[in-house]
Ligand binder design. Structure first.
Ligand code: DHB
Ligand code: FE
Length: 285
């Protein structure tokens, strides 16, 4: 059967993608950030999954105010990197995994989560920047990716508790797929940032590091944090962090009361554009 081996968490700042694409990662401003991902790129090579289930948010690229799915699963064979206004990033096409994605859709919908099925979708920096940070600049991404888009852009957005429960349902779905696949689940976006209004530029290191601590040690309690706490403490775009709870809810300590996951890597860095960058790799015990 398929199994989830690890979860990866990372911010997705668009300027990081531009910096990689323009070959400027060694510039003094960016060098400390990319140093924090050197371990991760090697870890990806040493822990190559068969499929990545990538939880991310679309930024009014594939979806707009015309149509706002709360949770959307990509069941397509491939996805094109989006044009976000200055041309599509020069990164490989994203290959999907329609069989596993359809199975997860079937299982998770029968577990009472209403997913939107997406058979055609362009993917923006929310998905491609985490891939670049973890995989570098390959000719092709190392494995198929199932994009899972969460609405954290237009209120009302899903609660942390619902995201955590959804992660549990995804774990159950993966475990019932009849093929020996090594699946990683990634939670992306965050950490503290606010892009507009009087508080634009807000960063909260204390909140971010407490979030990382609790995500590792007590995700069930973290899942109870209300929206208003994210917005107040981590800024309006800090709400992207609820997506990390989907990945964490799929880990085996939550679902089979096994030992806590191993923290393979932890990294935190400010500044990166307007965002605090956080990153974790958790390996199932
Ligand atoms: C920035 C961060 C984001 O999460 C985003 O979607 C767009 C911009 C930033 O820090 O500039
Ligand atoms: Fe974002």
């Amino acid at each position: 059967m398929a199994h989830i081996s690890a979860s990866v968490y990372t911010s997705h700042v668009p300027a990081i993608g531009a910096t990689i694409d323009m070959g400027k990662t060694a510039e003094p401003y960016w060098q400390p950030l990319f140093k924090g991902y050197e371990f991760s790129k090697q870890w990806m090579k040493d822990n190559q999954p068969d499929v990545i289930f990538l939880v991310y948010n679309d930024h009014a690229t594939a979806f707009s105010l015309d149509m706002i799915p709360t949770f959307a699963i990509g069941t397509a064979a491939q996805y094109t990197p989006a044009d976000e206004g200055w041309g599509p990033r020069p990164v490989p096409m994203v290959q999907g995994h329609p069989e596993l994605a359809s199975h997860i859709a079937q299982s998770v919908i029968q577990q009472d989560f209403d997913l939107t099925i997406v058979n055609k979708m362009d993917v923006d920096h929310g998905l491609t920047v985490p891939l670049s940070l973890m995989c570098g600049q390959p000719e092709a991404w190392p494995c198929p990716v199932i994009p899972f888009a969460v609405n954290v852009v237009q209120y009302p957005v899903p609660s942390g508790q619902r995201c955590f429960n959804l992660g549990k349902a995804i774990a159950k779905a993966v475990k019932s797929f009849d093929a020996n696949l090594n699946v990683q689940i990634w939670g992306t976006g965050g950490m503290s940032h606010q892009l507009q209004g009087p508080r634009a530029g807000l960063i909260n290191k204390d909140f971010d590091n407490a979030f990382l601590d609790q995500l590792i040690a007590d995700p069930a309690a973290l899942a109870q944090k209300p929206h208003i706490d994210y917005v107040r403490e981590a800024g309006s775009e800090g709400i992207e962090l609820v997506m990390w709870l989907i990945a964490r809810g799929a880990m085996s300590d939550v679902n089979e009361s096994k030992a806590q996951p191993h923290v393979a890597h932890r990294f935190y860095h400010v500044p990166a554009s307007n965002t605090a960058v956080g990153h974790l790799i958790l390996k199932n015990a």
